[in-house]
Design a protein around this ligand. Structure first.
Ligand code: PLP
Length: 471
């Protein structure tokens, strides 16, 4: 592609993205495709000869777009959002254009120093403890793995890195509602999932701390070495908040690493009214939240904060001759602050987003999401046969339809059918979990452009579909 074509097609693409962003609700949120539909439309080998951009783009429009789930649709209420914004998209375009590989300070001093400063901005914006230092990771899964590996190395005085495990007695603690990325990190870090203790939750799906302490004491009596406890600020199932202060106190008492997984709901701490959920976070050794979920910053961008940066760096540090720069002791070489060597220029989009919206602009958008979720909760509470199944702490509503006398099984089947039927309309997209064995529809209202109108229509759609299924 020559420069003129790049400019011509690039300008068109910006128009296309802007139109897409404004009009995403015109598309069915999830496509009506069957497995293999897209694959079978694609040639089974790359072309030998160059193809013009116009033809490639036409195929994108005709083959790929119809097979996409529209995460930016204001009718996307499933999972957690992955919302984005124009400044973030532009910053990522710039970062792609430069395509700097930001592994060490020297390979892009501005990228390293912007990352350092932007993470300070974020720490202050969320009112996190000043003892935290931030680094951008790709995902919360990686950040949690990073925390576990650092805890492991700090505990073993960095011997496991040298000699491997001398025993397999480490135990890790998280609630039974904690995210599966913890199970995965435990597998990768070599602890073995049998050594993950899933602690029972209370009626609000938050970790039961009595149970936590009993389990730690019992494990110690049996010769285990309790290493780390992970508290959730916003579980995936229901956005439950574990009692971080109590968990942190127990962790300190037993000399354990305390990691906070705030992957989704951490963004809510931008709003002072939601900061009580973080009470006790000053006891944490590490904390992660994902601007790529709810902070208008496109995927991927995970903010990891840690107190003991020396242990972090000692855990991951490598120094082959070809990477020595002569100023390594004076600068942040972020390749040593996590798993990957090569790193994208992710701080640029955070910088663009924080400056374009300002903290107040972001707060306004978040508050809108919270208000919409509480409006939805009110409708459910006042409508016969609909039930709220978990506290609405933030912008997610957990509910089901249930009639007196229905067995849990009947109710579960009905709600599964309800959700699948609504999803099949393409007018909205929800996902589910099970809470206390009950099939629970999760409605997370966090899209950049979602308005009350969308939520009203979504609620009408749910009620109409329910009626249709009952006849
Ligand atoms: C509470 C929680 N932790 C961790 C994760 C994993 O996030 P990531 O996709 O950034 O690894 C998720 C994803 O939804 C989550 O909800």
């Amino acid at each position: 592609m020559d420069k003129e074509t790049f400019k011509k097609e690039g300008y068109k693409l910006i128009d296309y993205i802007a139109d897409y962003f404004e009009n995403t609700e015109q598309y069915p949120v999830t496509p009506a495709v069957q497995p293999g539909d897209i694959f079978s439309q694609l040639p089974n080998a790359a072309p030998d000869d160059p193809e013009p951009f116009e033809r490639i783009f036409k195929d994108f429009d005709q083959v790929i777009l119809p097979g996409m789930t529209h995460w930016q649709s204001p009718n996307f209420f499933a999972y957690f959002p992955s919302n984005t914004s124009y400044p973030s998209i532009l910053a990522d375009l710039l970062a792609s254009g430069m395509n700097a590989q930001c592994m060490v300070w020297l390979t892009s001093p501005a990228a390293a120093e912007l990352e350092e400063q932007v993470m300070i901005w974020l720490r202050k914006a969320l009112d996190l403890p000043s003892a935290f230092t931030g680094v951008i990771q790709d995902t919360a899964s990686t950040a949690t793995l990073t925390a576990l590996l650092t805890a492991r190395e700090k505990h073993s005085d960095f011997q496991i890195n040298k000699t491997g495990f001398q025993h397999n007695k480490f135990t890790i603690y998280a609630s039974e509602q904690a995210h599966s990325s913890i199970d995965k990190a435990i597998k990768i870090a070599g602890f073995g999932v049998e050594n993950l203790r899933k602690i029972q939750v209370d009626s609000s799906f938050a970790m039961d701390v009595k149970n936590l302490e009993n389990q730690i004491v019992e494990d110690k009596e049996n010769g285990y070495v309790p290493l780390c406890v992970i508290g959730a600020l916003g579980t995936t199932g229901s956005t439950a908040v574990d009692p971080l202060l109590e968990i942190g106190t127990i962790a300190k008492k037993h000399n354990m690493w305390f990691h906070v997984d705030a992957a989704y709901a951490g963004t809510a701490l931008l709003l002072p009214a939601y900061r009580h959920h973080a009470k006790g976070v000053d006891l944490a050794d590490s904390f992660v939240f994902n601007p790529h979920k709810w902070m208008l910053t496109n995927f991927d961008c995970s903010a990891y904060f840690v107190k003991d940066t020396t242990s972090l760096i000692n855990t991951f540090s490598i120094m082959p001759e070809y990477l020595k720069t002569g100023i390594d002791n004076e600068v942040n070489n972020y390749r040593d602050w996590g798993i990957q060597l090569g790193r994208r220029f992710r701080s640029l989009k955070l910088w663009f987003v924080l400056r374009s919206y300002g903290i107040k602009g972001l707060q306004k958008i978040l508050q809108n999401h919270m208000n919409l979720a509480h409006w939805m909760e009110e409708q459910i509470n006042k409508t016969e046969h609909y039930e709220i199944l978990a506290p609405t702490h933030f912008n997610m509503v957990c509910f089901r339809y249930h009639q007196l006398g229905w067995s849990t099984e009947k109710s579960n089947d009905f709600n599964q059918q309800l959700m699948q039927s609504v999803n099949a309309t393409g007018k909205a997209f929800y996902s589910h979990t099970k809470l206390n064995g009950m099939y629970t529809i999760r409605m997370c209202i966090g899209q950049t452009n979602v308005t009350k109108d969308h939520v009203i229509k979504a609620w009408e759609n749910i009620q109409e579909t329910t009626k249709g299924l009952l006849v």
